[in-house]
Design a protein around this ligand. Structure first.
Ligand code: PEP
Length: 245
């Protein structure tokens, strides 16, 4: 099981205290089979990278530019810069970026450059509430997958994070039957269109210590991408405990 903390635009150096508690927890459960990945804002990547150096916790970033190494792109960070600072993962296609104009084509270019650089991808997909009401969720998910992963065959470098937009930060989670159905659909699309036959699909959207156990009862789920609840060490640890310990 993967537990990925997406800190969004939150956190400062004091947040390293919270990381210390999670490191302690992770060290205590070294032999258990789960992965903890932290995606703090860019400003904290270096300090997080140093702090987790001798632990099992891994580092990810929240976005990148599609230019692989450098260029005249004010305010942007390239995949190779992320790699050099110790990131192993990068989140791409988050709905908060899609809603700011990020296109499937840009997402595809970012994914390809990041893979070339040796990063693993946390590729976010998900339908909006309007699309859900129009009953076009499958069409949307299929489209996002095929466009985002166009001409990438390296599915073992990619974790899909299924994040219904209407669940992010709202406290509302899909019914387990709906989630099960959508995750199976995503796995089928991946199986039918790409070489790797065992893609990993995570769920993201308002996961918290109260609903984690129920959500994790869905066999198809390979982990969680956690926003708000990951910022407090206790909540993050409780989600892991409720799910697997
Ligand atoms: C996210 O932003 O990826 C997310 C899942 O957020 P939250 O857990 O706060 O809904």
């Amino acid at each position: 099981m993967y537990f990925i903390a997406n800190w969004k635009m939150y956190g400062d150096l004091k947040s390293l205290n919270s990381l210390s508690k999670v490191i302690k927890f992770s060290n205590k459960h070294k032999k258990k089979r789960f992965k903890l990945i932290y995606c703090p804002p860019y400003t904290l990547l270096e300090s997080f990278s140093k702090k987790i150096a001798k632990t099992k916790i891994e580092l990810g970033a929240q976005n990148c530019h599609f230019e692989i190494s450098s260029g005249p792109f004010t305010g942007s960070i390239s995949p190779s810069m992320l790699k050099k600072i110790g990131s192993k993962y990068v989140i791409i296609g988050h709905s908060e970026n899609r809603s700011n104009g990020e296109t499937d084509n840009q997402i595809n270019k970012k994914i390809k450059s990041s893979i070339k650089c040796g990063l693993k991808i946390i590729f976010c997909i998900g339908e909006t509430i309007t699309q859900k009401k129009k009953k076009i969720t499958n069409k949307i998910l299929r489209n996002q997958i095929l466009k985002g992963l166009y001409k990438t065959n390296n599915l073992n470098k990619i974790l899909i994070a299924y994040e219904p937009v209407w669940s992010i930060g709202t406290g509302v989670v899909p019914k387990t039957s709906e989630l099960d159905k959508n995750i199976s659909f995503i796995k089928n699309v991946l199986n039918n269109n790409f070489k790797n036959k065992s893609p990993k699909v995570l769920y993201g959207g308002s996961v918290n210590p109260k609903n984690a156990k129920n959500l994790a009862s869905i066999k198809n789920i390979d982990g969680f991408l956690i926003g708000g609840a990951s910022q407090k060490a206790k909540n993050f640890i409780d989600i892991v405990k409720k799910t697997i310990i």
